[in-house]
Structure formats: structure tokens, C-alpha cells
Design a protein around this ligand. Structure first.
Ligand code: GTP
Ligand code: MG
Length: 371
């Protein structure tokens, strides 16, 4: 049976342990901070504190898999490119900003101008590789954006200067803060009549982001993606933040990454874009991601060029999976295909079991992941 310690639950809800204990007492539960609470009690308590408990898709990972995701020793770590995710409200100019950065024109080819998926590109800035992820602003993609914040090092928060902080801007701020990600604000559409950067800065302070020129430590850069203005300054700031943080990973181990997008291609079969996080992903590797397993039989970089390996921070498209994996799931390299198949099978059995359980009961993991 699943349970959680009183103090851990208090921690998750960011409330005082004593406050939680008092509440438990009023509900007739005598508990100290090291006591275990069962699922029902925890659910009740979370509700009492106004947490909207929603069922979240949980990525239940077998112990075997968890052990594959081990932490590296400090001495094995070497610098890797920073991963930058562009976030912000719908139509505030995320894709345009990325376009300006790589001087291409992706926006025009996108159906309806709405970004359909997380695009990934590796860009060379003054000899330093930086990986950029685009995120769609449509409300239906909230979950994707949440994931974006967890695989990213730096968030470029795009806010339209003629609009302001909107619901998805707030969401992006919260996700980034929760994930401990650095935020750089790009105040976009400066060319537009009605552009009011001071108003944006004022609004930012309301969310705890005090601009540097106002005495805080949030970097803000006025840009016009359309006119290609301020882009160099933005890139400079990205490089500066990246330099201070010194992102590192161990390329010499079995790879672990995250699926950032996946689909079924009529000709190629299941196709997945993977952001490698640890180790080096190689052609021929046996992999498992949730209930899906396979062997990498082709790998392409962001320009569509065939590659044989991908180091940490590098996004690659892979072919050879048995099925379409879930975006946001981790992907692990294992010793051989048979092991991959076995783990995937176990995950599948577990998923079936979970599904049955979920109908009767929310899983405790789901509860705690959502508060
Ligand atoms: P979603 O992916 O749909 O959330 O949108 P997005 O944030 O990627 O915005 P996108 O780059 O597609 O731009 C939305 C609209 O704003 C387009 O019509 C762009 O041409 C316009 N736009 C973007 N940047 C600027 C800018 O700096 N100035 C002006 N005037 N228009 C801009
Ligand atoms: Mg877009």
C-alpha cells in the first residue's frame, strides 16, 4: 500500500508541518510529523488545503529502469550545450523569435501559424552550440509546456509588448520556477504601435520577476522578431547565463533521454524525437521507453541529416521503435533488444494493472505529482 509521511506531504503542499498536524487533529487523526498517511487520508487533507487534485499521467518506471538513470560522478561530467526552451502565450511570437534566431522561416509553413509540436534545433552561436526547443502556445498543450520546463536549462519567456502577461505566460513562469530554470524575458513586438515595455516590466514584478534595470535580477531584452532587432542581445544574454551555470553531463555511459515528440509516420513507422540527457545515444542501441521498445535503425539530427550518435543535450529523431512512445516519457538504452522487450512488456502489464486500479482509486503517486 502506498503512503506518505506527514512532513513530506506538508513539504509538497508548501505548508507548515504543525499546520498540517493541527488539521489532521481536527479530522480526528492523531499524527506526528514522521507518521505515514494512507492514500485516502492524504487525499482528504490535500482537498482541505484547497489543492485541486487531478489525475496526472504518471510515468511509472520499473526499478530496473530507475537504476539505469543513475547519477554520474562529478569527475565524469563534461560541459554540454545548454537547452533553451522558448515559452509564452499563444501568438506572442515564440516561433518568430526562434526563426529570427536561426534566420529561417518556419512560421509560414506551419498550418495556421500554430506550432504543432515541440520543434528542436541546434544552433551555433559564436562557436557555442545551443539547443532550442519551441513550444506551442495553444491551451491544449499545457502538459507539453510543463514538460518543456523540466528538460530545459533556460526559459526564454516571450511576452508581446503590445499585449501583456497572459494566462500561459503565468503558466510558463510557474513551470520554470518550479523546475528551477533560469528565465530570460524577451519583450517582443517592440516595433508595434502600442508597445509598452514598462507595462510588461511592471506586470513581471507582480510575478516575482523584477527586471535588472529596476533593481532586480531578471534579465529582460526588448526585441522585434519581425524586424530582427534585439536578437543579438538576446543571444548574448543566453550565452552569459549558460556560461555562469556550466551545464554538464557524462557522455560515456548508456544514454538516457526524454521523448519530446513522437508520431506514426506512414512510411517510416513510429518516429520519435529524443533529447539526449545523459550518455551518448548510438545507432544500433537497444532502447525502451515506457511500453515501447526497439533498436535504433536510423537517426537524424535537427537538419534531417543522418547521424550515428548523439551526445548530451542533442535532439535527434530516431526510427526503429515497436510503437509510438509517449511524449515526456524517458527513454533508456539497455544491453540488448531482448532486455528492452522484457522491460517494455513489464511496463505494459503494469500499465494495465494501474488502469484497473485507477478506476477504483487515484494512485498516490498521481496525487502527489499533482500538488
Ligand atoms: P503559437 O505557436 O501559435 O503559440 O504562436 P507563437 O508564439 O509561436 O507566435 P508566432 O511566432 O507564430 O507569431 C504570431 C504572430 O505575431 C504572427 O503573425 C507573427 O508575424 C507576429 N509577430 C511575431 N513577432 C512579431 C514582432 O516582433 N512584431 C510584429 N509586428 N509581429 C510579430
Ligand atoms: Mg509557435
Amino acid at each position: 500500500e502506498k503512503s506518505i509521511l506527514v512532513r513530506d506531504l506538508a513539504d509538497k503542499m508548501k505548508i507548515n508541518t504543525t499546520e498540517l498536524i493541527s488539521k489532521l487533529i481536527t479530522l480526528g487523526v492523531m499524527a506526528n510529523q514522521n507518521q505515514e498517511l494512507d492514500f485516502d487520508t492524504a487525499l482528504l487533507i490535500a482537498d482541505e488545503f484547497g489543492f485541486n487534485v487531478k489525475l496526472k499521467e504518471t510515468n511509472v518506471i520499473d526499478n530496473n529502469l530507475e537504476s539505469l538513470d543513475y547519477e554520474d560522478k562529478e569527475e565524469d561530467l563534461i560541459p554540454r550545450p545548454p537547452v533553451v526552451t522558448v515559452m509564452g502565450h499563444v501568438d506572442h511570437g515564440k516561433t518568430s523569435t526562434l526563426d529570427a534566431i536561426r534566420n529561417t522561416r518556419v512560421t509560414k509553413s506551419e498550418a495556421g501559424g500554430i506550432t504543432q509540436h515541440i520543434g528542436a534545433s541546434t544552433i551555433n552561436i559564436n562557436g557555442q552550440k545551443v539547443v532550442f526547443l519551441d513550444t506551442p502556445g495553444h491551451e491544449a498543450f499545457t502538459a507539453m509546456r510543463a514538460r518543456g520546463a523540466n528538460i530545459t536549462d533556460i526559459t526564454v519567456l516571450v511576452v508581446a509588448a503590445d499585449d501583456g502577461i497572459m494566462p500561459q505566460t503565468v503558466e510558463a513562469i510557474n513551470h520554470s520556477k518550479n523546475a528551477g530554470v533560469e528565465i530570460i524575458v524577451a519583450i517582443n513586438k517592440m516595433d508595434k504601435e502600442g508597445a509598452n515595455p514598462d507595462r510588461i516590466k511592471q506586470e513581471l514584478t507582480e510575478y516575482g520577476l523584477v527586471p535588472e534595470d529596476w533593481g532586480g535580477d531578471t534579465i529582460t531584452v526588448p526585441i522585434s522578431a519581425k524586424k530582427n532587432e534585439g536578437i543579438d542581445e538576446l543571444l548574448e544574454m543566453i550565452l552569459m547565463v549558460a556560461e555562469m551555470q556550466e551545464y554538464k553531463a557524462n557522455p560515456n555511459r548508456k544514454a538516457v533521454g526524454t521523448i519530446i515528440e513522437a508520431k506514426l509516420d506512414k512510411g517510416k513507422g513510429p518516429v520519435a524525437t529524443v533529447l539526449v540527457q545523459k550518455g551518448t545515444l548510438k545507432f544500433g542501441d537497444a532502447v525502451v521507453s515506457g511500453c515501447v521498445s526497439g533498436k535504433i535503425r536510423a537517426m537524424f539530427d535537427d537538419k534531417g541529416k543522418s547521424v550515428k550518435k548523439a551526445k548530451p543535450s542533442i535532439p535527434v529523431q530516431i526510427l526503429g521503435l515497436s510503437d509510438v512512445p509517449e511524449s515526456g516519457d524517458k527513454i533508456y538504452v539497455v544491453d540488448d533488444e531482448k532486455i528492452a522487450r522484457n522491460i517494455a512488456q513489464k511496463e505494459q502489464d503494469k500499465a494495465k494493472e494501474e488502469k484497473v486500479k485507477k478506476q477504483e482509486n487515484l494512485s498516490l503517486d498521481a496525487l502527489f505529482d499533482s500538488i
